[in-house]
Design a protein around this ligand. Structure first.
Ligand code: HEM
Length: 404
């Protein structure tokens, strides 16, 4: 059909923005018959959908799969579904409200602020020797170990398990793409089981000997007399780890690629004309690490503009398209680190599922950009980077940089 696009097409994945631009400018929403869902393209509508309580990330609390003609959860992947069961990203009110309150009570502004100095120190410790070596693959050598170390420090996960966590997380997030091959689903399920067993052990340790970390806080926190069950803590820790590092890593990869292509913008950051925090917002706006999130229509009276969309339909909200909407951002295809309203991007979502980790993500990004401008004031691309081949979780396979 006229509007259809193929998010797995290599040409599209090379640079999706011209296609997203065309889609957005021809319609605020369109139905894709191949993927059987509505795509929402404009900033105002994506923003409104995120806040609309007639939409939900899940439908199972109000409708059966049979009722709307979608398959039951595949019974071959029980361990994967068990970890999803109590994930904030799986739940809708009232369970979502209850669990989010408990997680927020442990994930406080104070606990994030306490990570600022360690996050800054860690960024320098990793980047200085890499600068001396003169070369790095930004994602593998820096962004991955960095963001996993920060989130593990917050949770209280010992250092020696970092590579395992990365491995589990990479395998599990494959389940969120449009097409999941059998082997990937089996792999994700094995990863979920290993991850669950590991977190159960951690909960038992922290219950016996609480320390000053988030797993201990999740074990102890009480809100309105209620507390989290072990299954709920397992899901929460896994979603914090998975959500908490893939997006941060890809933000840095996508953003530093943008700087490599626009060295004059990097100069503004290095010269201190623009704060690292402001640059971080434009990095997320310009090339966000999550391109799309979905919602189910839960009520009979939902409409997008004058287009009614009936209960049980699915919407895909195109964040990258919304972030390039000229109705909100002037010259949206220009990477401009001094852009005043960059922080209006949709990168962290909105409404009840708005990213709970955004304050930490911002601390990490600012610390990384600050350390990069100090130790990597001049850099160049060593090779042409390649995309991962996935669209929803939007990142690079790697980014090879040299000091120039
Ligand atoms: C630049 C980095 C990040 C970006 C762009 C990002 C983006 C997002 C977005 C768009 C959502 C909402 C999804 C939806 O509405 O369907 C979300 C939710 C979430 N994020 Fe992040 N995130 C980032 C970093 C983090 C970090 C560091 C953590 C944890 C420490 C985290 C934990 C979460 C959690 C737990 C949720 C689910 C909240 C809920 O459903 O109530 N994120 N994130």
């Amino acid at each position: 059909m006229e509007h259809a696009f193929d998010p797995s097409d290599p040409g599209f994945l090379e640079d999706p923005y011209p296609v997203l631009d065309r889609l957005r400018e021809s319609a605020s929403a369109f139905y894709d018959e191949v993927r059987e869902r509505w795509f929402v393209t404009r900033h105002e509508d994506v923003r409104a959908c995120l806040r609309d309580r007639r939409l939900g990330r899940n439908f199972r609390h109000v409708m059966s799969p049979a009722e709307i003609g979608v398959p039951e959860l595949d019974p071959r992947w029980p361990a994967f579904w068990a970890t999803e069961r109590w994930s904030l990203l799986w739940l809708e009110p009232p369970d979502h409200t209850r669990i989010r309150k408990l997680v927020a009570a442990a994930f406080t502004p104070r606990s994030v602020e306490a990570l600022r100095r360690p996050a800054q120190a860690l960024a320098r410790e990793l980047l200085e020797p890499l600068a001396e070596a003169g070369q790095m693959e930004l994602l593998y050598d820096y962004a991955q170990p960095y963001s996993i170390a920060v989130i593990c420090r917050m949770l209280g996960v010992p250092l020696d398990r970092h590579r395992d966590l990365l491995d589990w997380s990479h395998r599990m997030v494959k389940m969120y793409e449009f097409h999941v091959p059998l082997e990937a689903a089996e792999n994700a399920t094995r990863a979920a089981a290993e991850f669950r067993d590991y977190v159960r052990g951690l909960i038992a340790e922290r219950r016996a000997r609480p320390t000053d970390d988030m797993v201990s806080a999740l074990v102890q926190t009480r809100v309105d007399g209620g507390r989290l069950s072990d299954d709920e803590i397992v899901s929460t820790v896994i979603v914090l780890l998975n959500a908490g590092h893939e997006a941060s890593v890809n933000t840095l990869g996508n953003g530093m690629l943008a700087f490599a292509r626009h060295p004059e913008q990097w100069r503004r950051v290095v010269d201190g004309d623009v704060a690292a925090s402001a640059a971080g917002e434009e990095m997320i706006r310009y090339d966000p690490p999550l391109q799309l999130f979905e919602r189910w229509v839960l009520s009979d009276d939902f409409a997008l503009g004058d287009q009614p969309i009936s209960r049980g339909h699915k919407l895909a909200l195109l964040f990258g398209s919304a972030n390039r909407d000229p109705r909100v951002f002037e010259d949206p295809d220009v990477f401009d680190v001094g852009r005043e309203n960059a922080a209006q991007h949709i990168g962290f979502g909105g409404g009840i599922h708005v990213c709970i980790g955004a304050p930490l993500a911002r601390v990490e990004l600012e610390a990384s950009v600050d350390a990069l401008r100090r130790y990597w004031p001049d850099f160049r691309l060593d090779s042409e980077p390649r995309r991962t081949g996935a669209f929803v979780i939007w990142g690079l396979q790697g980014l090879e940089l040299s000091r120039s």
